[in-house]
Design a protein around this ligand. Structure first.
Ligand SMILES: [Zn+2]
Length: 242
């Protein structure tokens, strides 16, 4: 158990996003003994649900939630909050931002991790880019709503949506890599669970996720990694620049 135990909140657009994009990092925080809360802004009814085409919406919602909870259990998380903002498109209305802000005020995370890159300059990324921009703009610092204001110490954005990113000149380069060598298997298992993949697809998705983690790891000189950029909101005081 870590002595400097933290509260960590991970926010994704769709229920499977925290696992696919930052699942290794999530499991690392659980292993460390941190309090981890997962948040999905939508039920993701329009993504990874092809196998439920034709089913009633209530059944799709129940199934998606159940599969996501199974995935959460695999990475060791019990606290998974399902917001219901509606996906594809996810829209950052004032009401939605206030709901997310109040959730942050309630959970009071030390560290906030987006499951997506914000694509601030280009508006790219679809629901994912919107979700990330909501993470950085949700007004958890409000003080006239009866809740104690709260600002996380840092907000981290991962390096995902690789092809879009690599092609865009304004995309920032990841500078921080989480070593996920000991949690990569959990990440893969969680993805298989949340996407409800049939057995014949398990090896393929494992190879894909392992290959991506290895590629990111090579950039940092370790075996397997998930890449992030340093928080824009973090402030560091130094005596001299170095
Ligand atoms: Zn997604």
């Amino acid at each position: 158990m870590a002595t400097d135990k933290m509260k960590v909140m991970i926010v994704g657009a769709h229920p499977s996003d925290p696992f696919a994009n930052v699942g290794g990092t999530v499991a690392k925080h659980v292993k460390r003994g941190d309090d981890v809360t997962l948040v999905t802004l939508t039920y993701g009814l329009e993504v990874h649900t092809e196998y439920l085409i034709g089913r009633p919406e209530a059944e799709i919602r129940d199934t998606v939630r159940q599969k996501a909870m199974e995935a959460a259990a695999i990475v060791g998380v019990e606290d998974f909050r399902f917001l219901d903002f509606g996906d594809t498109p996810l829209v950052a209305t004032r009401e939605n931002l206030l709901v997310l802000g109040e959730l942050i005020q309630g959970v009071r995370p030390d560290v906030l991790i987006s499951a997506h890159y914000p694509f601030r300059e280009t508006q790219q990324g679809g629901d994912h880019g919107v979700a990330a921009r909501m993470v950085e703009t949700a007004p958890s610092w409000r003080y006239h709503n009866g809740k104690e204001p709260h600002r996380p110490k840092s907000i981290w954005f991962p390096y995902t949506d690789n092809l879009l990113a690599l092609r865009h000149p304004l995309y920032r380069v990841p500078d921080t890599y989480v070593n996920i060598a000991d949690t990569l298997d959990q990440k893969i298992e969680a993805c298989i669970a949340t996407w409800n993949l049939p057995p014949e697809k398990h090896a393929g998705i494992g190879d894909l996720l392992r290959g991506m983690a290895a590629e990111h790891g090579r950039a940092a000189g370790i075996e397997y990694a998930e890449p992030f950029e340093s928080p824009w909101l973090e402030r560091t005081a130094v005596e001299y620049l170095s």
